[in-house]
Design a protein around this ligand. Structure first.
Ligand SMILES: O=C(O)CCC(=O)C(=O)O
Length: 287
């Protein structure tokens, strides 16, 4: 990912002036290459300056089929309440850019408690995925976590089916449910959940399931203080409340989907995260 703070102001101005003068992105990239810029880095810089989805820009300039999800756009529930299998889920807030919904009562109190107790003995330092597709310890992510496999237990299968019905994305497109536990001071600094097509490991990370298209962060408890999920590009912080969740979609790599797990300042925080892919990620073990 390109760090926006490192883009020189003169370069930013030149990109804006050149595109406003009618030159297309491929022309801008060609000129940058002529001036010694690495093409991958240029794509990332241009996407950042023009606020373009990086994946779409990558496809437009390389012909790569990085986004194959037109037939699978996540559908967002619009009414204030949706009932799935007798379970009523409220929608208390929504945004369009990024596509974001705050959902109340996605999980019951018992489901939250059971997920925590099932995960507790299996917790390990949470990792991130590096540019080669390997899992790594990362100072930006200081919580502990674990993964359930798809449909590992009836409880997991039930939650996965609920999410699939709510967003109209098949269960098989989901990664295994991840549980994270944060203690005071622990956090997950701002990041994107989608994978940058400019990174060398993109092919490896997306070989199964393709690109990530949406995330559902479910809060399993209410921290005493802190621990919300912040979306700094749109000035929104979603409070962590037991049973509620924030869903956000970023098909095409929406820069507004930048988000962070804010530090817990008192108490602890437990979440369950489901990442959805554009294609089947794995087959459920049981039906
Ligand atoms: O802890 C949170 O609120 C956000 C977690 C998160 O961003 C993630 O797991 O990708």
């Amino acid at each position: 990912m390109h760090d926006r703070s490192t883009i020189r102001p003169e370069l930013r101005d030149w990109i804006l002036t050149t595109t406003r003068a009618g030159h297309g992105v491929p022309e801008v990239l060609r000129l940058m290459k002529e001036n010694g810029y690495d093409p991958r880095q240029s794509r990332s810089i241009v996407a950042e300056v023009l606020k373009l989805p990086l994946a779409a820009l990558h496809a437009a300039t390389t012909g790569a089929n990085v986004k194959n999800s037109d037939s699978l756009r996540t559908r967002h529930p619009e009414p204030p309440e949706v009932v799935i299998d007798g379970h009523a889920i409220g929608i208390s807030a929504s945004l369009e850019e990024p596509s974001l919904r705050v959902l109340d009562n996605l999980l019951t109190r018992d489901e939250c408690a059971d997920l925590i107790e099932l995960a507790r003995p299996r917790l390990q330092r949470a990792m991130t995925v590096d540019t080669e597709g390997n899992h790594q310890v990362d100072h930006r992510r200081t919580s502990e976590g674990m993964f359930f496999t798809l449909n590992e237990l009836p409880l997991i299968g039930r939650i996965e089916k609920r999410i699939a019905s709510l967003f109209d994305v098949p269960v098989s497109h989901g990664e295994g449910l991840q549980i994270l536990h944060y203690l005071p001071g622990q956090e997950y600094k701002p990041h994107f959940d989608w994978f940058d097509p400019a990174h060398p490991g993109f092919g490896v990370i997306t070989a199964a399931g393709g690109q990530r298209i949406a995330s559902v962060v479910m809060y399993l408890n209410t921290p005493e203080q802190g621990g919300g999920t912040a979306f700094p590009e749109v000035g929104l912080t979603v409070a962590a409340r037991r049973g509620s969740a924030v869903y956000f979609a970023y098909e095409g790599g929406d820069p507004n989907s930048l988000h962070a797990g804010l530090p817990v300042t008192r108490g602890e925080k437990w979440i369950a995260t489901k990442w959805l892919r554009e294609r089947p990620y794995s087959k459920p073990r049981k039906s």
